[in-house]
Design a protein. Structure first.
Length: 139
């Protein structure tokens, strides 16, 4: 059965702490989610997203602080604009925009983090592998 490779860029201040809380609280989410901690969701460059896809990710999710709660004032709003632009570029390139997702969560939302990761993994599983040969091979 196809298990998608998911890269999650998580904001240091909120969503990475939510991921940590999910782990500590033993909230289950798929083990195929690879977390990359970034200082702010607004620091995730389009190059990082396309690089993740290029290196085998089937889906990329960016998680950050709720609007109005960003430790860098408007970093998450910059991330929102950037994600919309990247989705347009993905569509132009023939990549389903649904393979990229943006979610807001606070440090106290460990259960929500796990639920979002389960949901996103199911969505990507339904889309199938991004590249041929990515349907079960172990790397």
């Amino acid at each position: 059965m196809f298990e998608p490779r998911i890269v999650a860029f998580c904001c240091n201040w909120c969503s990475y702490a939510a991921a940590d809380l999910a782990g500590i609280s033993r909230f289950r989410y798929p083990p195929n989610v690879r977390i990359v901690r970034v200082m702010c969701s607004g620091r995730v460059e389009p190059e990082f997203i396309f690089d993740a896809f290029k290196h085998g990710a089937d889906g990329v999710i960016i998680t950050g602080c709720h609007p109005g709660e960003c430790h860098y004032i408007s970093g998450n709003l910059n991330a929102e604009r950037r994600v919309e632009n990247v989705k347009k570029a993905m569509e132009y390139l023939g990549i389903e925009p649904g393979r990229l997702r943006l979610e807001w969560m606070s440090a106290a939302e460990g259960e929500r983090f796990a639920a979002v990761m389960r949901d996103f993994t199911a969505e990507i599983r339904a889309l199938g592998p991004l590249m041929r040969g990515n349907d079960g091979d172990k790397r």
